[in-house]
Design a protein around this ligand. Structure first.
Ligand SMILES: [Zn+2]
Length: 167
């Protein structure tokens, strides 16, 4: 049986072998980089712009989406059913806001029960309609962040996997 220290030693040797290539950035750099990317995704989604270039408009009308980015060519309509997930985003946020709104009105002792109910029903119908485009923009943006697609290629293009180290 190998002593426990060996694994760490192997890792150290691997690092030494590949020098610059495998040198890790400090965790704070990685975190800041990720936060910056997420902020970019959110700010572009809130402006309903292409997640890749931040220029092209995602929507041609209230519910009609462009096929691809007029600026960089990124395909917006990926596989069928791609935007199904955006419904969860929309529903989740609506449910959260209705819950918070209900408790805020309940404990703030604002309005009567039927009035609160009316407001929250109206909100839960109107808010998802308004948020529909933003939910899709966020869904596309985070997909582009975690599984980037080549701009002009039009199809889903994965980056080639990193070559395993050859000894
Ligand atoms: Zn674009």
């Amino acid at each position: 049986m190998k002593p426990l220290g060996n694994r760490a030693e192997d890792a150290r040797i691997q690092h030494a072998k590949f020098g610059e290539e495998v040198r890790e950035r400090p965790p704070t750099d990685l975190l800041n980089g990720q936060l910056l990317k997420m902020w970019k995704v959110i700010s572009r989604a809130m402006r309903l712009r292409c997640p890749a270039c931040g220029e092209g408009l995602l929507f041609l009308g209230w519910f009609r989406m462009a096929e691809s980015c007029p600026n960089c060519g990124l395909l917006f309509s990926r596989e069928p059913g791609f935007y199904l997930g955006s419904i969860y985003v929309n529903y989740g946020l609506t449910a959260l806001l209705v819950t918070v709104g209900y408790f805020a009105m309940f404990f703030g002792d604002v309005l009567s029960d039927p009035q609160r109910l009316g407001i929250l029903i109206a909100f839960s119908i109107l808010f998802p309609l308004w948020f529909f485009r933003y939910a899709r923009a966020l869904w596309l943006g985070f997909d582009q962040l975690w599984d980037p697609q080549d701009h002009a290629a039009g199809g889903r293009q994965h980056k080639p996997p990193a070559k395993p180290p050859t000894s």
